[in-house]
Unconditional design. Structure first.
Length: 289
């Protein structure tokens, strides 16, 4: 199954797309010991095993089974207490995950703004190494984060923070609730970006509460707005696709994963890059920017 990119290509060529990358992109990375960054669910299941307080973990296991990851993470964080920061860095940072081919394909799309939902810095390091430090990395909690909308540079926005400042990570139910109040300017910027750009979600799940809330607000406030695009492997189901379109204005683009690390997505992004290059060439002749 090949993705029909025809609705996305014109906006990509004109740099009117904001990419949103999630843990599915990081999963393509593999270190010298064969380790890959875990998905959120895999991280939580392993954290239950590694939890220093073993008593009564049933509520946490039940929350994970019910996809209530925010509460499961919040309760695990309390169990780990002062060990939490080290555990996060040992999981996502210290293994030394290198960039994979998919990171280069994303970089080749030449989007001016990339939102990353990931704590790791795999994509940022790769972009910096290729573009000699010219990318500007902004965190959701920075006072001038709105610069990304009108600034002239290339930006990577850490939507949930980074492992250099673990106290600012958005990882639990409490973190999300506090961030909406303390960092309201970031969410206003995100809201404005949804109005002015087409969003393309790659390697993302459907459970991020803040992103979902912003999408739903936009969808019901501005019902004539063009769709954003959610890329996922096939098998999502017709009812779920209809719900995403009607409630969040997300149009699903499906691909064949080929294998467990979804190398099929890499092939689709290669094809997308070729289409965008052709579109850019045509634009240089028509000057219809």
């Amino acid at each position: 199954m090949s993705i029909d990119w025809s609705e996305v290509v014109p906006d990509l060529a004109r740099r009117r797309v904001i990419l949103v990358i999630g843990s599915g992109i990081s999963r393509h990375s593999q270190n010298e010991n064969g380790l890959r960054p875990p998905t959120w669910r895999d991280f939580l299941n392993q954290a239950v095993i590694d939890c220093p307080e073993k008593g009564d973990l049933d509520s946490i296991k039940q929350a994970i089974a019910q996809y209530d990851y925010l509460h499961a993470c919040e309760w695990l964080k309390k169990r780990f207490d002062s060990r939490w920061t080290k555990y996060l860095r040992d999981t996502f940072s210290n293994p030394g995950f290198p960039a994979a081919e998919i990171h280069q394909q994303i970089l080749n799309l030449d989007c001016r703004i990339v939102f990353t939902l990931n704590f790791d810095d795999i994509y940022e390091r790769h972009a910096d190494s290729v573009h000699m430090g010219s990318f500007i990395v902004k965190n959701y909690y920075e006072e001038d984060v709105e610069e990304v909308l009108r600034g002239a540079g290339r930006y990577i926005v850490k939507v949930h923070g980074n492992l250099k400042s673990t106290k600012n990570l958005i990882f639990t139910q409490k973190d999300y609730s506090e961030a909406r109040i303390k960092n309201s300017s970031f969410y206003q910027m995100f809201d404005a970006a949804l109005m002015t750009h087409t969003f393309l979600f790659l390697g993302c799940g459907m459970s991020d509460p803040d992103v979902n809330l912003l999408l739903e607000n936009q969808n019901f406030r501005y019902q004539e707005q063009g769709p954003h695009f959610f890329v996922t492997s096939h098998g999502i189901g017709a009812d779920r696709k209809l719900s995403l379109r009607e409630n969040r204005n997300l149009k699903v683009l499906e691909y064949d994963p080929f294998d467990e690390i979804h190398s099929g997505l890499v092939a689709e992004l290669k094809a997308l890059n070729a289409f965008v290059e052709t579109e850019k060439f045509d634009l240089t002749k028509s000057l219809n920017w």
